[in-house]
Every structure is written in C-alpha cells, then in structure tokens.
Design a protein around this ligand. Structure first.
Ligand SMILES: NC(=O)c1ccc[n+]([C@@H]2O[C@H](COP(=O)([O-])OP(=O)(O)OC[C@H]3O[C@@H](n4cnc5c(N)ncnc54)[C@H](OP(=O)(O)O)[C@@H]3O)[C@@H](O)[C@H]2O)c1
Length: 361
C-alpha cells in the first residue's frame, strides 16, 4: 500500500520532499536563517543561488552548504539591497545566466538599526526589507513566470502586528520626522505581508504563488543592533529588554527556517497564494496586513519610488536623500505602471502619480 508523505514531521519539514531540477534564490544567505535554508534546499537537490553583501562571507557560507549537503550545485552572488544598482545588476545576471527560477526567498533583513539611508536615500529598513525586495522580485518575475509553478516567499515577522507598534506611516514613509529603530522595523515587516498579498493578486493565473512568513523568535545575527539605539524610546527599550532576557531560549536558525522551507516546498501549498504562515502552518496576520487598500497603495507607492530612482540615475545630481519625497509631489500626466514587468522594460516612462496623503493608519 502506498504511503502518503507527511509534509511536516515533528515541526520539521519532511526531508523526503525533493527539489531536484529546481533553482532556488535566497537573499541574505551567508548567515542565520538564509544559510539554514540554503543548506536545506541543497540537501533536497535544488540548485541554490545564495546572495550575500560580502563575497568573502558568501564564499565561506557556500563552503558550509557544500559540506553540510554534499551538493556542489551552489552559487554565490553579490547583492546589496540598499543599492538599486546592485539589485539591477544581480537581476540582469540571473536573467541572463539562469534558465529557470522556481523559488525566490526574500529573506535578507536589517533590524532596528540607528537612522541611516540606502544609496538612493530611503530609510534603511524600508529600503532594504521592503523596497529592495520589491524591486528584485519585479525584475525576476518573467523568469519566475516562465518556470511556473513557482513561488515567492517573503520574510515578515511577528512585529508586523499593530499592538507592537506596526503601522504604515503614509505621510512620513522614510520616518524623517519621527524615526525610531523599532517603528521602522515594524513598518517594514508589515510592508512585507502587504507586498506578498498584492503580488499574489497581480500574479493570478500565472502559476506563481506568494507566501509571507513569521519565523518566530530566532537566535541569529539579526539582533546585532538591538540595545544600541542612540535615543531609545519606550518600545526600543522594551524590545532590547525582552531580547536580553529571553534570547537564550529562542529557536535555532535551523528550526526558525522551517516555515520558509515549508512555503518553498510543501506540495499542498501549490495552489495557495497571498497568505501568511507561522509555525509551519497558516498563521493569523494583523487586520492592517489584510487591508487590500493598503496593499495596493503600498504597491503603487513602491513602483513610483523605484521608477523615480531609475529616472534620477540618468539625471546626475538628482540622487539625494530627498528625492523620494520630491518624486511624490512631482506631477505628470502619465499613470503608474499597470504591470510590474514594465519596471524591467520601460522604467524611464514610469510615471509618478501623487498618492493621496492620509494621516497614519
Ligand atoms: N531572527 C528572528 O528572530 C527573526 C524574527 C522575525 C523575522 N525575522 C526575519 O527573518 C529574516 C532573516 O533574518 P535572520 O534572523 O536570519 O537574520 P541575520 O542572521 O542577521 O541574516 C540577515 C541577512 O540579511 C543580510 N542583509 C542585511 N542587510 C542587507 C543588505 N543591505 N543587502 C543584502 N543583504 C543584507 C545579512 O547580511 P550581512 O551578514 O552581511 O549583514 C544577512 O545575510 C529577516 O528578514 C528578518 O527580518 C527574523
């Protein structure tokens, strides 16, 4: 009698689910859950594309993956998500060298750093955690569509919840007026769920499905900035206190990575899309994370920001920190792009339509 494979066994994703002949790209794969996921995917037989900010760290991590998995099908690619130039270069490389992409795991992240900006002048956590992955995903969509059924898995966090301070600050997305490390992280993690939700709608009928993930509390390098805020607020202090007290009991990266692995490989999820997962099963995202108006508005805004930076690259002297805000107020007769693919093909024509400016949600 044929045995039915159980996808999850004791909280871990069944290793019998194979990924042979599949290509998986994982951002931030040199450490933490990205590295644990890379080892897991290589063990399942996938070709693994690991991105790392530093090639040195990436190559060291690759050695670990090869040693732990026994697979040689592992490639390191340089990617700094705080630079759109770096994101575009990686996408161009992947699109010209890879014949398929079955799973994209938007895993990289920065948490609660002091106020700083990406190369294009966006607030760092917004720029790296959301906007960088927004651009990368859009630039890889054709390849994902060509490889369908394929998946986009995006790491969020329990910190996307409103009771932990998460909100989209529509009138101050870059938090120039009111930056705090925890507010910026929480905003970016709420954006991750909204992005995944809106992406699923745009990809209806393509065979590309999307998943957002809360991995729980996991002992990794992510906490490197926690407790180092220059002007800590009550929330910042609370997070560092709780981290200090409880960190020793947190999940290992291997256990923490199980939910993203589940979303990447579980056969029963092939037809599910746009949902949120936690503890290796469907989870409960916050009401704000289920708000379709927010999801669409964030998409349109992100598209405008990305397009405004592509435009400014061809206009020297217009790449300063305030450009994103300038772009918001710029009026043109063109409409925002209807199709994400146009980010790839005709960025110069992408328009900047002023979004309505409601106050904070
Ligand atoms: N750990 C947790 O408790 C927890 C909880 C909820 C959600 N998450 C989410 O899980 C994901 C993975 O986190 P982790 O815990 O595994 O953290 P981690 O060990 O710190 O790994 C984060 C990865 O992101 C990379 N990264 C940071 N800034 C980058 C940039 N500008 N460009 C490209 N890569 C960049 C890091 O590279 P470097 O090594 O060069 O810095 C590293 O490879 C994150 O999205 C995080 O928000 C984690």
């Amino acid at each position: 009698m044929a045995m039915k494979i159980k996808t999850v066994v004791g909280g871990m994703v069944n290793e019998d689910i194979k990924m042979e002949n599949k290509t998986v790209l994982i951002t931030g794969a040199n450490t933490g859950m990205g590295l644990a996921t890379a080892i897991d995917m290589a063990r399942r037989g996938a070709k693994v594309l690991m991105t790392s900010r530093s090639m040195e760290k990436g190559n060291e991590a690759k050695e670990t993956v090869v040693k732990e998995s026994g697979s040689e099908s592992v490639v390191v690619k340089q990617l700094d998500l705080s630079s759109m130039e770096s994101i575009r270069a990686l996408a161009q490389d992947i699109n010209s060298t890879e014949s398929r992409l079955d799973v994209l795991i938007n895993n990289a992240g920065v948490m609660m750093c002091n106020q700083s900006k990406t190369k294009e002048g966006f607030e760092m956590q917004f720029g790296v955690n959301h906007l960088g992955h927004f651009l990368l995903t859009n630039l890889l969509l054709d390849l994902l569509k060509k490889s369908a059924p394929s998946r986009v898995v995006t790491l969020s966090s329990g910190m996307h919840q409103k009771f932990l301070g998460a909100a989209i600050h529509w009138d101050d997305i870059n938090l120039e007026k009111s930056y705090t490390p925890s507010k910026a992280y929480a905003q970016s993690k709420l954006m991750n769920v909204l992005f995944s939700r809106q992406l699923s709608k745009r990809l209806e009928g393509t065979g590309v499905t999307t998943y957002s993930v809360d991995p729980g509390a996991v002992k990794t390098d992510l906490q490197r900035h926690v407790g180092k805020a220059e002007n800590p607020t009550f929330m910042d202090r609370m997070f560092s206190g709780v981290t200090w007290l409880t960190r020793r009991f947190w999940r290992t990266p291997e256990v923490g990575a199980q939910t993203q692995i589940y979303c990447a490989v579980a056969p029963e999820l092939e037809k599910e899309t746009g949902r949120f997962y936690k503890d290796v099963k469907l989870g409960n995202e916050s009401n704000d994370a289920k708000n379709d108006d927010f999801a669409k508005r964030l998409w349109d805004l992100s598209e405008e920001y990305v397009a405004s930076k592509k435009n400014s690259e061809s206009e020297p002297g217009k790449t300063g920190a305030g450009d994103a805000q300038q772009a918001e107020s710029k009026e043109t007769s063109e409409k925002p792009k209807e199709d994400a693919q146009e980010i790839t093909e005709e960025p110069e024509k992408s328009a900047v339509e002023t979004p309505s400016k409601d106050s904070d949600s």
